[in-house]
Design a protein around this ligand. Structure first.
Ligand SMILES: [Mg+2]
Length: 192
């Protein structure tokens, strides 16, 4: 696994590049993106994207729509957008952001309803919620990457691995990824 093998790298957010509910990059992620930025001056590097499930937004709407539970304990769409934008802005290279707001009950497998104004929006589609591969596939379309073997997805949960498998792209667990960064980024290989 070397950076020159990939045209696109996609990262999960929570538990991968940031702690859940925090709006700062984890130190490992900050250092990695800084390194990429420095080397982007001399090498062609993979494009970057983030792909994150934010089902709390869908669950919150489900509670409001159906009048149960405690929606105030869950994040609003606006607060999630603001947090993710703050994280995105700490990455010093262009980075597309894909967010899945749909929620599926693990117990009943039922899906949250979609607010009227968002019906038909991919962010609220079931296809985008990992382990479904929709966000990865959309990033490949947006960046014009046709070969899934040239895409690496980095995440911390089984649904991340499931989405990568579903899209046919390479997957790396984040803990292993940070350990492998020095060999992954091989400037000689990238520049050559
Ligand atoms: Mg995660």
């Amino acid at each position: 696994m070397e950076i020159k093998d990939y045209q696109l790298m996609i990262f999960d957010v929570d538990g991968t590049i940031a702690n859940r509910d925090e709006d700062r990059l984890l130190p490992e992620a900050r250092d990695f993106f800084k390194l990429l930025y420095q080397w982007s001056a001399v090498a062609t590097l993979p494009k970057l994207a983030l792909a994150t499930n934010q089902g709390g937004v869908g669950l919150r709407w489900w509670m409001i729509d159906s009048g149960w539970g405690n929606p105030d304990e869950l994040p609003t769409l606006k607060s999630v957008e603001e947090r993710l934008r703050a994280i995105q802005q700490q990455i010093p290279l262009p980075t597309m952001l894909y967010t899945a707001y749909a929620y599926q009950s693990q117990k009943t497998r039922e899906w949250s309803p979609v607010p009227m104004e968002y019906v038909g929006r991919p962010e609220w589609s079931r296809a985008w919620r990992k382990p479904n591969p929709g966000m990865i596939q959309q990033a490949m379309v947006d960046y014009g990457v046709a070969d899934p073997r040239r895409v690496l997805f980095v995440g911390d949960q089984p649904e991340d691995e499931g989405a990568a498998v579903g899209a046919g792209v390479a997957f790396c667990w984040v803990k292993l990824f940070w350990v492998k960064v020095p060999e992954f980024i091989n400037l000689t290989a990238v520049g050559g």
